[in-house]
Design a protein around this ligand. Sequence first.
Ligand code: 13P
Length: 247
Amino acid sequence: MKRRLVVGNWKMHGTARDLAEARELTRLPANANRQVVICPPATLLHRMSRIFEGTGLSTGGQDCHSGESGAHTGDISAAMLLDAGASFAIVGHSERRSDHGETSANVQSKAQAACKAGLAAIVCVGETEEERDRNIELEVVGRQLLESVPENANGDNLAVAYEPVWAIGTGRTPSIDDIEAVHEFARKQLVERFGASVGNSIRLLYGGSVKPNNAEAISNSRDVDGCLVGGASLNATSFAAIAKAFG
Ligand code: 13P
């Protein structure tokens, strides 16, 4: 059985006092069937990684640069995330795509850089509300997947997060049927591209308004191997409840 992956994305939230939530989360009983990760702001990454040492919990960055080093003011390389204790890097989040104009080609380079540095990349894809209204979500997700996932992807160095843009921070989620339809489509594309063994081993996460009250239903959906959680990951109690629903 594939190990479930439950990831919290703190986005631009959190200063030192919020590390209390991370400390609280260390009380979550370890479970071999699931991996629990928090991606805090870069300023907390090292401190949170220290708190998680020896607990089975992991940390990740929210983005990384595609280069190894250089004159890129304000950017962070994958090696720097690793150095700060991270095991994962989210790349291509829709907020990066919209706030910073990141293309799928940029996202692919970032994912490649993350894998090369020894991190697992979490590549985000998802349609906008307008695209969903036009019923072109599979086409949009298919294109983003094809262009964002690097050639050397496998189940250890990469996960994919399907995050419909209209479900992020809105309290709205697709129906379970709609989540399953996109995940099934993504799975098929990964299997066609990488073969059954690798394609089936890449974990598919759902993200967008995952809360303790819908986590169980999402967890039980076909082809959902985990979740990417924004708002509900800021609080240890709600994030722990979501993690428990996944394993
Ligand atoms: P919310 O869980 O707050 O909707 O955010 C989802 C998300 O963007 C996680 O990356």
